[in-house]
Write a new protein. Structure first.
Ligand SMILES: [Zn+2]
Length: 339
């Protein structure tokens, strides 16, 4: 790609740091992308949420109606017990491709404590080959990573780590391919409660941008935090895909949004502030407009909102706390040259 190399050489000459500047994708590379829509959902939590099947059905139906190229779920989906087969079949019923990202709760025990199932069991149940993998859709390489590697610190908390072997794999995957990239992960590579070595992951992505000479990494989408915000680090947008179902308030309060019978059958529900309606993220890649657009969705809290419950948390945990997905536009095209 001579164009990019020249561009890079030019920028080096004028002393601009590629890592710090969002340059967009050269128009020649944009031309290789298909216009397409895809759907992302995260943190459906079938094993907590009483109406998760109805929520997932609404998502799959909406993506069919939008003619989405593919759908992906970003973890904390369901444990691999036979009773969850019907739930999984809703997702698998989507007529296009569908992809999975492993969450930290997808290997919980049936009583929702840690260390129930093995990752192998969950992957087999979901029909997933590798923990981390990549695929190309519409000219974009999507790279799904696994943030549940053991951190090697002896911590008994849920892991939120990308091990050195996987980091090497990620770097090679980027070096060995040339398409623009979107990364999918469960834990955020930007939020301080996300990946514990997020900086190392970001460095690999930033290096890919430097090597390409343009903003090759278009965006990173993650779940886990049940939040609705986006942030940019060194020109790379890190977009939160809100939970389909709820915000977790259990550390400090309880909430009874549904009937006593429902709460009796689903004992973890009381630790959530549920969203009245399911929330997901519809992403539209529009190369001719030079942008990626994320569609807005708005619901309400079912029951008492977290603040009215007296929910207290560090700011990082409540940034974008809302039963919604905000509309966002991520620019793809480089700024037009000044005359
Ligand atoms: Zn999670």
């Amino acid at each position: 790609m001579t164009h990019s190399i020249n561009r890079r050489a030019f920028l080096k000459r004028v002393g601009m740091s590629l890592g710090a500047v969002s340059l967009g994708v050269p128009r020649s590379a944009l031309a290789a992308l298909d216009p397409m829509t895809f759907g992302l959902c995260a943190d459906v939590h079938q094993d907590v949420m009483h109406d998760a099947p109805e929520r997932l059905t609404a998502f799959v139906d909406a993506m069919e109606a939008r003619n989405a190229r593919f759908i992906a779920q970003l973890g904390d989906f369901c444990v691999p017990k036979p009773a969850n087969r019907a739930f999984l079949d809703i997702f698998n019923g989507f007529t296009g491709e569908h992809y999975h990202v492993l969450g930290n709760h997808d290997t919980d025990a049936d009583n929702l404590t840690k260390k129930g199932y093995s990752q192998q069991e969950t992957k087999k149940f979901w029909g997933m080959d590798g923990n981390a993998y990549s695929f190309v859709q519409g000219g974009i390489r999507f790279i799904a990573i696994d943030g549940n590697d053991p951190p090697g610190t002896g911590s008994t908390d849920y892991p939120r780590h990308v091990g050195s072997k996987q980091l090497t794999w990620l770097a090679r995957e980027l070096e060995g391919t040339s398409e623009p990239v979107i990364m999918l992960s469960h834990q955020s590579a930007e939020n301080e409660e996300g990946l514990d070595n997020a900086g190392a992951v970001r460095e690999v992505l930033e290096r890919a941008n430097d090597d390409a000479g343009y903003q090759r990494v278009l965006a990173c989408f993650s779940g886990h935090h049940h939040l609705n915000y986006a942030a940019s680090v060194k020109g790379i947008p890190y977009v939160q895909v809100n939970s389909m179902s709820y915000f977790w308030v259990g550390d400090t309060c309880e909430n009874f949004a549904y009937s006593p019978e429902t709460h009796a059958r689903h004992p973890m529900l009381q630790f959530t502030a549920p969203y009245r309606d399911p929330i997901w993220t519809t992403v539209e890649v529009d190369p001719s407009a030079g942008e990626i657009r994320i569609a807005a969705m708005t619901s309400e809290w079912a029951g008492t909102p977290p603040d009215a419950l007296g929910y207290e948390s560090p700011p990082s945990r409540r940034r974008g706390m809302s039963p919604a997905t905000d509309a966002r536009t991520l620019p793809l095209a480089p700024p037009r040259p000044r005359r």
